[in-house]
Design a protein around this ligand. Sequence first.
Ligand SMILES: [Zn+2]
Length: 57
Amino acid sequence: MEHIPGYDEWKTSAPEEQEPVAYCNQCGDPLYEGDALYTVDGGICEKCLSDGYRRVL
Ligand SMILES: [Zn+2]
């Protein structure tokens, strides 16, 4: 089996790991780039918004 130099290093580093841009003020979930942050209650996530502010009629 051929050994590829640097392959293990590449494999173990997580390229899809993102740094959270912000945290939800209510549930504390990390929010990443591209996620929706609603600027109520100091900044909350979509889940908390629909839990706390959406009413199904
Ligand atoms: Zn939340």
